[in-house]
Every structure is written in structure tokens, then in C-alpha cells.
Design a protein around this ligand. Structure first.
Ligand SMILES: O=c1ccn([C@@H]2O[C@H](COP(=O)(O)OP(=O)(O)O[C@H]3OC[C@@H](O)[C@H](O)[C@H]3O)[C@@H](O)[C@H]2O)c(=O)[nH]1
Length: 407
């Protein structure tokens, strides 16, 4: 054949070209942060996501017959949100443990909109079916009631292991179960990753740093945890979960990713979550006093849930197998944060008569917390896009709708 003749395409090239012309490409999908314009203009994915959590009863229309105390549920008339038609080579089977929980359900929404096949498993201890009800019956979605403390076998390409109560009130209510979830839950999911050769992402936490003596906290910091205190069931559970992940990597070659998640808030937090953001918003909306534990001088930095989901997606699809902090740099004392919530609710609602009341401090409550996120920026090109006030505004709207719905 003369040198100048064009190469004949192979059968594989022909199939690939035909697929590329018919389907969207997974890699071409920008994450939400990249799609949110700087002037705050709503983009279409953000609009779809909002419709899933700001409009109640998206999937199930229900009629409440209060007189005889019964509730009649009828199938909703809304179609499923539009999902990408992915090239089958790029379409992944993704398992999300704890997928019906607060963070898990937002991750499920994003993976579904991106066009992947999503298997959501949850024991519904703190998660809720209503968080993912809008996907039930969709051909790309499966919901399985299962507790990760017991093994399960499903064929998947990626595992996001989120299952574990995250609010101090919840994880301390049954500390032995929290430890079992931290150890056996992670052990079972790593065993599954090994068996089916899936990439495994562990949702770890800023709590592995305990009450830190380094500020802000870098990933290299080993932490300061009281191993016999009331928070230890969660802190040590997550620490051993990280140890398990790196042991499976060293010994079995499992492909792991570890996200150290800092305080996160947003729509779909439980009513009775007990964490400061949902407590303060609900108290302010009901014009009750805001309960500050201790002197209000401890600090936290709060990230909005969409930023966290961006970070998890970027980490899973990166080459970074070291732990990465995912959190925001905006740091507030709890006093400042309480005032911010009161001011916001006053502005949004016209009225808020709440004041701050001081209560007993919690044992081992970390006194300050703020991530160093240099690694996330350099390795993942990730930075939070939401200001706390913007996320709070949306979360207030969410809880307001929930409250109105209850009346
Ligand atoms: O009503 C409240 C609730 C909480 N607080 C205070 O607000 C601060 C934050 O408390 P939260 O319960 O929201 O969250 P914490 O920072 O203690 O724990 C969280 O850390 C990071 C995650 O991994 C977990 O989601 C969770 O364990 C603490 O100082 C707490 O004492 C109040 O002052 N009033």
C-alpha cells in the first residue's frame, strides 16, 4: 500500500465512531460547579436538581384523608427527569451505599442525570425512601434495602461507600452499631470491590482529626482523638475504615479513593438530624431560641452539599489514591453562625423572634475545624463554588416547604 493511502478503519474504530455519533460522552460532562455561571444564573442541570428537592412529592402524589387517619398514595404524573444517553462503553454500574441518605441521595441524583446505572443500598436507619422516590421504577435505577454490616454481591464498576450515620446524635445513639458499620460495613464493601474489581471510594470524615491541635487541618495530620470518649465510635470507626481501605490496597491491590468530608449541609438533612445547621434553621423558622452548646466560640466551616458531590465525583474519577479533604475555607464561630441564620430567616420570612441560648458544652466537642484544601485544588482541580449564605438560603427554603407541608 502506498504511504499516502489513508488507513483503513478497523472494525473497532467503526463501532466506536457509530457509538460516538449516537450517544453522549461521560467524560464531556462538566461537574455542576463548572456549569454554574459566576453571576448565579440557573443552568439546566441545577434547575433539574432543584426540582427534585425543593418540590415536595415529585414522584408520589399523595392525598391525606385526615378524618379517618388514612393516607392514600397515588402514582405521580411527572415524568422522570431527563438523563443522558451515555455511550455504553462509558456507562458505568455504580453502587452507592447509604444512597437514600442526605449526601447519598444528592450523589444518586447526579449519577443518574449523568446517565449511569445506579444501585442504591440503604438500611433506612437515617436515610429515607422519599429522598430517591423520584427514581424508583427508572430503568437505570435500583433501590435495595440492605445493611452493609452484612455482605452483598452485586456486579458493579464503582462503589461509593457512604453508609453510616453522620450526625453525632445518631451515631452516639447506638455506638456499637456505629462501630460495626465502620468496620464490618467497610470490610464487606472492600471485599466486594476486590471480588468484582470495582474502584472503591470511602467517605471518611474530618472527625478522624478529633479535636485538632493543627489548624487548618492538612491530610498529613494524624489527629487527636479520645479513643474512649462518646464520639470515638464514629471517629475510630472511620479511622479503622481508612486503615482497612489502605490494607486492601496494599495486600489485594484494590483501587481505592478516600474523601475526608468536612461539615456539610443542605436540603434533605433529616428533621431530627441534630446537627447544628438543621437545628438552627428549624428553630429560627419556628421562632424558637437557637440552642448553642458551650460558649459559642468553637468554629466550623460549612460546605454546601453540591460542592461535596462535585468533589466526590472528581475524586472517584481521578488518579489520586491518597486521602483528600473536601470542605470549605469559610470558617465561623457557632455564635456567628447562629446570628447569620437568624438574620437570613428574618429576611426571607419577614419575622424571626429567635434569640441565642447557651447550653452545656458537649464532651470532646472539637474546638476548631477548617480544612486545608490545597490537595483537592491541585490534584482534583476542585474548589467550593457555593458561598455558605447561598447554600443556607436554599436550605431555609427547603425546610420552610417541609414545615408548611406538615401543617
Ligand atoms: O444545636 C446545636 C447543634 C450543634 N451545636 C454545635 O455546633 C458545632 C457543630 O456540630 P454538628 O453536630 O453540626 O457537627 P460536628 O462538627 O460536631 O460533627 C460533624 O462533623 C463532621 C461530619 O463528619 C459529621 O457530619 C459530624 O460528625 C459543635 O460545636 C456543636 O456543639 C450547637 O451549638 N447547637
Amino acid at each position: 500500500m502506498p504511504d499516502s493511502a489513508p488507513p483503513t478503519p478497523s472494525a473497532v474504530d467503526t463501532v466506536r465512531a457509530s457509538l460516538e455519533s449516537r450517544y453522549s460522552s461521560a467524560t464531556s460532562l462538566p461537574t455542576l460547579s463548572a456549569m454554574t455561571s459566576a453571576n448565579g444564573e440557573e443552568n439546566s442541570m441545577m434547575a433539574t436538581l432543584r426540582s427534585l428537592y425543593l418540590n415536595p412529592h415529585t414522584a408520589l402524589a399523595h392525598t391525606v384523608q385526615r378524618e379517618d387517619g388514612t393516607v392514600t398514595y397515588a402514582p405521580g404524573s411527572r415524568p422522570y427527569p431527563p438523563v443522558r444517553l451515555l455511550n455504553p462503553i462509558e456507562k458505568k454500574r455504580v453502587l452507592v451505599t447509604g444512597g437514600a441518605g442526605f449526601v447519598g441521595s444528592h450523589l444518586v441524583d447526579r449519577l443518574m442525570l449523568m446517565g449511569h446505572n445506579v444501585i442504591c443500598i440503604d438500611n433506612f436507619f437515617t436515610g429515607s425512601k422519599s429522598n430517591v422516590a423520584h427514581w424508583i421504577g427508572h430503568p437505570n435505577f435500583e433501590l435495595i434495602r440492605h445493611d452493609v454490616v452484612d455482605p452483598i454481591l452485586v456486579e458493579v464498576d464503582q462503589i461509593y461507600h457512604l453508609a453510616c450515620p453522620a450526625s453525632p446524635v445518631h451515631y452516639q445513639s447506638n455506638p456499637v452499631k456505629t462501630l460495626k458499620t465502620g468496620f464490618f460495613g467497610t470490610y464487606n464493601m472492600l471485599g466486594l470491590a476486590k471480588r468484582v474489581k470495582a474502584r472503591f471510594l470511602l467517605s471518611s470524615t474530618s472527625e478522624i482529626y478529633g479535636d485538632p491541635e493543627e489548624h487548618p487541618q492538612k491530610e498529613s495530620y494524624w489527629g487527636h482523638v479520645n479513643c474512649i470518649g462518646p464520639r470515638a465510635c464514629y471517629d475510630e470507626g472511620k479511622r479503622v475504615a481508612e486503615t482497612l481501605a489502605y490494607s486492601y490496597q496494599r495486600q489485594e491491590g484494590v483501587d481505592i479513593r478516600v474523601a475526608r468530608i468536612f461539615n456539610t449541609f443542605g436540603p434533605r438533612m433529616n428533621w431530627n438530624d441534630g446537627r447544628v445547621v438543621s437545628n438552627f434553621i428549624l428553630q429560627a423558622l419556628k421562632s424558637e431560641n437557637l440552642s448553642v452548646y458551650g460558649d459559642g466560640q468553637s468554629t466550623r466551616s460549612f460546605q454546601y452539599v453540591h460542592d461535596l458531590v462535585d468533589g466526590l465525583l472528581k475524586l472517584m474519577n481521578s488518579d489520586c489514591d491518597e486521602p483528600v479533604n473536601i470542605g470549605t475555607q469559610e470558617e465561623f464561630t457557632i455564635d456567628e453562625f447562629a446570628q447569620m441564620v437568624i438574620d437570613l430567616v428574618k429576611k426571607e420570612n419577614g419575622i424571626c423572634e429567635s434569640k441565642v441560648v447557651y447550653m452545656d458544652a458537649l464532651q470532646d466537642d472539637p474546638q476548631k475545624r477548617k480544612p486545608d484544601t490545597t490537595k483537592a485544588k491541585e490534584w482534583l482541580d476542585w474548589e467550593p463554588q457555593w458561598k455558605v449564605i447561598d447554600g443556607l438560603r436554599e436550605t431555609v427554603k427547603y425546610f420552610k416547604t417541609q414545615l408548611e407541608d406538615e401543617l
